[in-house]
Design a protein around this ligand. Sequence first.
Ligand code: KIV
Ligand code: ZN
Length: 515
Amino acid sequence: MSTEKLIIFDTTMRDGEQSPGASMTKDEKLRIARQLERMKVDVIEAGFPASSNGDFEAVKAVGKLIKDSVVCGLCRANDKDIQRGIDALSGANAWRIHVFIATSVLHMEKKLRMTPDQVFEQAKLSVRYAKNACPDVEFSPEDGSRSDPDFLCRVLEAVIKEGATTINIPDTVGYAVPEQFGEMIRSIRERVPNSDKAVWSVHCHNDLGMAVANSLAAVRIGGARQIECTINGLGERAGNTSLEEVVMALRTRKDFFKLETRIDTTQIVPASRLVSQITGFVVQPNKAVVGANAFAHASGIHQDGVIKARETYEIMTAEDVGWSANKIVLGKLSGRTAFRQRLKEIGIELDNEDGYNKAFQRFKDLADKKSEIFDEDLQALVSQEAGTSRNEVWGLVSMRQGSGTSDKPHASVVLKKNGADVKAESKGDGPVDATFKAIESVAKSGAELLLFSVNAVTQGTESQGEVTVRLSKGGRIVNGVGADTDIIVASAKAYISALNKIESKVERVNPQHQI
Ligand code: KIV
Ligand code: ZN
């Protein structure tokens, strides 16, 4: 008897991107999309094409690149948004239009200012419009878990009649409780007369820490056969269902769920690292599956047990999810071919020769400072290269700083502003503070520093430090990431990267905040 399949729909590049500061460039999306395809994700939601010209181009580029996953674009339930989605994706190998409109009384009254009958009509007409161009149409009633079940059933029956092939029930605000949510999905599927004509899906937020549990209950009790999720659980507020957790739960407890996914689980940790490096959202050490401690057996009793028989304390292996021991992969004497070969082996492809040349130069600079270069170093290095665009306002030329037990920390920096050198100096409460003040004295961004965090890329004191700086200005929040063996230099790079994002003034519409 063959096992039933469960569809994994990844929305890291759409819902994940809605986390403050997590917005991604086209190149970053292409890198993530390649990794998701390598991991065999069934559906990749690449973005929200109507949100900005930049996201339209990014979704289009992902659609052109990806051959082995369906590429999806989110659209509000209006013809203009949907046409934007169609224009972005119609050249793709396999594509899906995802239409949504809110159905809870609260959202209809306060946000949409529409009556239920208007929402009903709008849902129907927009699915009809999408279906005319695309056979694969998904419909989501936003705030579904707080919607009136009678109204929900009426809308869902109508959109299935119009040709929606996937019905996705979102727990938009993370309000659901597993048993109740599972029952709700079961009951709606039973009540909608044409429910067998669609695949049922769920999309859960993690505000009460139950997104994974709610998704699995919807599968087990409600019969859902698609889960929407994100790498590292990235997403608005407390995030979304974490892909790695649902996939490993389904795999480890196949005896219970009796379902299969297509996911190559050995690609999970590389995907987690990539998303963390691109967005600057650090993975907490005790995070299930992808946290640094997820497979570390610190206590003596556990170590003893694991050495005698791994199964005593491990329900899955580190290798299953793609953890590899830190391997020295390259060094100072490694040449261009070895460098390129290793990038290929760890799944990094750059767009052109210029990209490879610049990355190789960065690698040589790093190898001068650090004798052993690990895969994680290469990933950090390429993330930096990809995160730098040719027309950035600010660049770091050089810097010095001094601090000690009896000195007031001070820093001097030379920056490039639109190609010309500018110098600045400052004192501060520490070398990082002095460096940021020096940069700010010339940049005069007036941005507020929301977050400063430092992480070691690999183990040991010779590791590169990877710094995330989150800045806020005029309601916009951006993250900058920088890596270097010197953590003060890494901090300056991160600050400058965030400043450049602030300068780039890319405005995006949030799909759920506008009508
Ligand atoms: O959380 C939500 O309701 C969504 C929908 C657009 C699917 O992200
Ligand atoms: Zn969402």
